[in-house]
Design a protein around this ligand. Structure first.
Ligand SMILES: C[S@@+](CC[C@H](N)C(=O)[O-])C[C@H]1O[C@@H](n2cnc3c(N)ncnc32)[C@H](O)[C@@H]1O
Length: 212
């Protein structure tokens, strides 16, 4: 495996390109040295979700993918402190990573508070597009899940429309909001920030159909 040199956060922080194997695959079983179910957090930011979920569910592997290396390294540092064996952060572009992950090998994909790119001319930079939904349908195993939350109503409607009409997913009832018991008791850093501002959060979950 090729890795960046002198990586003080290895193996918690690695790059997408650094974990592509000679056969062109990013192999979850290789990354975690076991073949437990793999969940991916797209644009994981500072990694609160990966940190909390990997602590709460030790029999699942969590992989955060984050374009901003500074944020990705910050997320990895938290995991290093806890010596988390079931959580890793990859620095790089999710679309590049997805090209190298085996179809049907992912248990769940999480997309929390994706950048809204407010200006119309920047909209094409959004992560959640029909291409993204198709890539998720390819990677998630039949019966697996896609979760997406945001405070941006218009973006959520785009996501909901893409997912509700996608032939390979079925919509499930959205998860309900529950009161936070402490400052770490939020799904992600952005959820904490937006809820503290009193903003509504739109939540969706979809199951990958087993029959298509
Ligand atoms: C608004 S932040 C949300 C961070 C985190 N999910 C949360 O809820 O706190 C969106 C994150 O997605 C990352 N991002 C945007 N496009 C990406 C891409 N193509 N691949 C990986 N990460 C991406 C950004 O760098 C940013 O950290």
């Amino acid at each position: 495996m090729r890795r960046i040199p002198l990586n003080d956060l290895d193996p918690w922080f690695q790059t997408v390109d650094g974990v592509i194997e000679r056969d062109g695959r990013i192999d979850g079983a290789r990354l975690f040295a076991n073949d437990r179910p793999l969940e991916i957090d797209v644009g994981c930011g500072r990694g609160l979700f990966v940190f909390s979920a990997s602590g709460a569910r030790p029999n699942t592997n969590f992989l955060g993918i984050e374009l901003d290396y500074k944020e990705a390294r910050r997320a990895a540092k938290r995991l290093q402190k806890r010596a988390a064996g079931n959580a890793r952060i990859l620095g790089g572009d999710v679309f590049r990573a997805f090209e190298h992950i085996a179809p049907g090998s992912v248990e769940a994909i999480h997309v929390y508070f994706p950048d809204p790119w407010w200006k119309r001319r920047h909209r094409r930079r959004r992560v959640f597009t029909d291409r993204f939904a198709d890539a998720c349908a390819e990677l998630i195993r039949p019966g697996g899940m896609l979760h997406s939350w945001t405070d941006v109503e218009e973006y959520f409607e785009v996501i909901r429309s893409l997912m509700d009409h996608h032939a390979r997913f079925e919509a499930l009832p959205p998860p309900e909001e529950r009161p936070a018991e402490n400052d770490m008791d939020y799904h992600t850093s952005f959820e904490r920030k937006k809820r503290k501002l009193g903003m509504p959060i739109y939540r969706g979950q979809w199951r990958r159909r087993a029959d298509v």
